[in-house]
Design a protein around this ligand. Structure first.
Ligand code: FAD
Length: 555
């Protein structure tokens, strides 16, 4: 058996290594276009920023170490330029010329290439992408040679990491995002916290605006934005997204959807004995069923392993699960993480859902160092099936999102979260962990004991309802919704007549700082016959939703 693998990083190298562990006799050849295999592409931004100092740390394996440990025949600087599925051969181009290599099974893991939008001037040598060790070296060298201003185009995960790395190096850094907010898959009210943090660490964040052109200059380039402003840059990092790097294989007859390779649950393409994994393939979203490539290292690595199983031990090979898209990124001193669907994808898929917002501490409030995190959980209306979760905060977000990702993968409902037996001692969590709390709020919604209104509905709520703010008078004075009536939650029982008078038959939209006091008030009001609901996430979520508008909207 000769297995040929195209692409020697995440998916490809996982497949090759697993293949060897399953079959000691197979001939395994890995063909990699670049000069490195098995490198830590996820570590590249940290090398640029200087947190990873030695380049050798990025090179997890070398062809020599892979030959020694796994008896793999790893050939770098081998660009696969052709595939003949009938003859079962691939054509490679090397510095010495071209060669034809036969295979019994072929695994394609060519990954993705940086998108290059048609912006005039992007061919300037000051414009770089961040995909390879060479790219990271070039960026680091530009910094060491005195670059002092950087523009990063695209505020997705890699754009944020690149901007932070350059800011850490002391460059005046501008981060430009065409979408309305940074980290576009993150919900707006969480993304505004991320943007605030990026500004706090000195990054000039421009949201909702695209780059229109780039004018190369003698000393620096000038990036012109669609809002008419210009930014000078010694370095421009292009990170506006990726596209599957599949042209060679599509031309050879591999079926693709919008450039991504179509595979079945075992990674098989339409061509016999040709498999594919990683950023280059189409996945079916686990929650919405939408078909799209998922460019994340975890799914690529795991798929590489599964595809080797499908080739070498087909009788017991497990199918590849649909990815949840669980992702995490450091943003200054915050962590932003997400799993499953967000509101936009649930709306697009017409899945009815509820959302809860929570602002719990990462551990017991009485233990030193307690800080607030911001969590959102989406679950299906009716049965409460978990659909997605996101979080931003200085500590503890990673663990909650991982628990929620596990719960979604396990098909749990929001009420199941109440029963999760999570590790607790004061330095680590709370007896009611934030994940348990999300379950409790979700259960209250499903059983009707809690009804929510959302910050995004503020305008209509102010028009049609009495906004009852149950925070203290001092909190109210520091900023409140126009027209809101202030009755601190401890006074609600005694002042019901006043509230009834102010409501004048209208629905009462209760709110507080985070959603705890307003829940108490809501229950009192319901017991007294009011029609009432409470603001999900309270003033904290409202302010985050309004973002820069908060100062003009609140009085
Ligand atoms: P890759 O790992 O990209 O490997 C593809 C390889 O195939 C490349 O080396 C390429 O040179 C080679 N190749 C392509 N075409 C050919 C050809 N025709 N012939 C020969 N070789 C070819 N994901 C996360 O989950 N978390 C992170 O923190 C994270 N950070 C990232 C940071 C950066 C800077 C980058 C670039 C990516 C990051 N990712 C992260 C994404 C993650 O690295 C990818 O999802 C993952 O590597 C995909 O694996 P893959 O095998 O599909 O492609």
């Amino acid at each position: 058996m000769r297995l040929v693998v195209v692409g020697g990083v995440a998916g490809g190298m996982s497949a090759a290594a697993r293949a060897r562990r399953l079959d000691e006799t197979a001939e395994i050849i890995v063909l990699e276009r670049g000069e490195h295999v098995s490198f830590a592409n996820c570590g590249l931004p940290y090398f640029v920023g200087g947190e990873i100092v030695e380049e050798s740390k990025l090179l997890v394996q070398t062809p020599q170490s892979l030959a020694a440990a796994l008896n793999l025949d790893v050939r770098v600087n081998h660009d696969v330029v052709g595939l003949d599925a009938a003859a079962k051969t691939v054509t490679v181009m090397t510095a010495e010329g071209s060669d034809t290599i036969p295979y019994d099974a072929l695994v394609l893991s060519p990954g993705a290439a940086a998108l290059r939008p048609p912006i005039p001037g992007l061919d300037s040598p000051r414009v770089r992408t961040l995909r390879t060790v060479g790219d990271a070296e070039a960026l680091r060298d530009a910094v060491l040679q005195g670059a002092s201003r950087a523009v990063v185009l695209g505020a997705g995960f890699i754009g944020i990491e690149a901007a932070e790395a350059l800011a850490l190096r002391g460059l005046q850094t501008t981060l430009v995002e065409l979408a309305p907010h940074v980290l576009p898959p993150l919900e707006a009210e969480l993304a505004s916290l991320a943007a605030e943090e990026l500004r706090r660490i000195g990054i000039d964040v421009r949201e909702g605006v695209g780059a229109q052109s780039l004018v190369p200059g003698l000393r620096h380039d000038t990036v012109a934005l669609a809002d008419g402003t210009t930014v000078d840059a010694d370095i421009v990092v292009l990170s506006v997204g990726v596209r599957p790097d599949t042209a060679t294989f599509e031309a050879a007859g591999v079926t693709c959807e919008r450039g991504a390779i179509v595979i079945d649950e075992h990674g098989r393409t339409n061509l016999t004995d040709v498999y594919a994994v990683g950023d280059a393939v189409v996945s079916t979203d686990a929650v919405t069923g939408v078909r799209r490539p998922v460019a994340l290292a975890g799914p690529a690595n795991r798929a590489g392993r599964l595809v080797a199983d499908a080739i070498f031990t087909p009788a017991t090979a497990r199918p590849m699960p649909a990815p949840l898209g669980t992702a995490i990124v450091r943003v200054g001193e915050l962590t932003a993480a997400m799993t499953g669907a967000n509101r936009a994808s649930l709306d697009a898929a017409a899945i009815p859902y509820h959302t809860v917002h929570l602002h719990p501490g990462q551990h017991a409030g009485y233990f030193p160092g307690a800080v607030t995190m911001h969590l959102m959980v989406h679950f299906r209306a009716g049965d409460g099936l978990l659909l997605g979760a996101q979080g931003v905060g200085p500590d503890g977000v990673d663990k909650r999102i991982d628990v929620l990702a596990t719960a979604i993968r396990g098909g749990l409902s929001v009420t199941d979260l109440i029963d999760l037996d999570l590790a607790y001692a004061p330095p680590y969590g709370s007896a009611k962990d934030p994940v348990n709390m999300a379950g409790m709020v979700g259960e209250n919604i499903l059983n009707g004991s809690l009804s929510l209104w959302y910050a995004s509905d503020l305008d209509t709520v102010v028009e049609d309802r009495l906004v009852l703010d149950v925070r203290s008078a001092a909190e109210f004075a520091a900023g409140h919704v126009p027209g809101a009536f202030n009755v601190p939650h401890t006074e609600v029982r005694a002042r019901l007549d006043e509230i009834r008078g102010a409501a004048a038959g209208r629905h009462v939209a209760v709110m507080c700082a985070a959603g705890i006091r307003s829940y108490l008030a809501h229950r009192i009001l319901v017991a007294e016959g009011f029609t009432s609901s409470m603001l999900s996430g309270g003033m904290q979520t409202l302010r985050a939703t309004l973002g820069a508008r908060a100062e003009s909207v609140l009085v």
